[in-house]
Design a protein around this ligand. Structure first.
Ligand code: PGA
Length: 251
């Protein structure tokens, strides 16, 4: 399966900063992007069009939004629609990132509604899932991932998702903390996710990519990419500098 290496720039970078990093990535990928790798960048809304321009004509570099509103349009001050993301040059959207679930209070049901709305409007979706440390310590890993996946995939059929949906397993305790999940923990969680996808979607689930995210760095990316059922990486902090993200892309 093609590996997806994705950058989540969160609330960092002005337009000029985003454009400059994206141009450096486009240059680096022209000679170092391994075959069978796809690169996605999720900049803040204001920089999506700039990054899309910097990636123009590069089939394996794409841009996405970090969030969207579930409705197509309306009186929702401060929100952005799928159509606006597409218009700015995005082809993907993140749903269910832990910062949106835990800081902005998004429910699993809302994450599911956003995912199906995004797909229906022509965006590809990267659905993020992951447990808190408290949930892990209470032995609730499978239960939490099952709940997030069932709600996140409500009403969706596997045959319509091929090439249009990816998942990112990001343990909440490993995001931005410098603590990466160890190989055994990543293997277990990805196997659980793969099995749950098979259960929920039946046929076709094995072709859907599952990325790992949480304190990925140039030093651990290669090892993580070798693990079974790890079909890519979602990188926050270490994706902000083109040089460090390019090392992860090549890992
Ligand atoms: P991190 O963030 O790599 O800085 O831990 C990952 C993410 O939030 O997607």
């Amino acid at each position: 399966m093609q590996k997806i290496i994705a950058a989540n720039w969160k609330m960092y970078k002005t337009r000029a900063e985003a454009r400059s990093t994206a141009e450096d990535l486009a240059k680096a990928s022209a000679y170092c992007l391994p075959r069978e790798r796809q690169v996605l960048v999720f900049p803040p809304f204001t920089a999506i069009a700039d990054v899309a321009e910097a990636f123009a004509g590069k089939a394996r570099l794409a841009v996405g939004g970090q969030n969207m509103h579930v409705e197509k349009e309306g009186a929702f001050t401060g929100e952005v629609s799928a159509r606006m993301l597409l218009d700015a040059g995005a082809s993907w959207v993140l749903t269910g990132h832990s910062e949106r679930r835990h800081i902005m209070g998004e429910s699993a049901a809302l994450v599911g509604a956003k995912s199906s709305s995004a797909l229906a409007q022509g965006l590809k979706v990267m659905l993020c899932i992951g447990e808190t440390l408290e949930e892990r310590d209470a032995g609730r890993l499978t239960e939490v991932l099952a709940m997030q996946l069932r709600a996140g995939l409500a009403g969706l059929e596997a045959e319509n998702l091929s090439g249009r949906m990816a998942f990112a397993y990001e343990p909440v305790w490993a995001i931005g903390t410098g603590k990466t999940a160890g190989p055994a923990e990543v293997l277990e969680a990805h196997a659980v996710t793969r099995a749950l996808l098979g259960d929920i979607l039946r046929n076709g689930a094995e072709a859907l990519p599952i990325l790992y995210g949480g304190s990925v760095k140039p030093t651990n990316a290669g090892e993580l990419l070798q693990l079974d059922n790890v079909d890519g990486l979602l990188v926050g902090g270490a994706s902000l500098e083109a040089q460090s993200f390019a090392q992860i892309i090549e890992a």
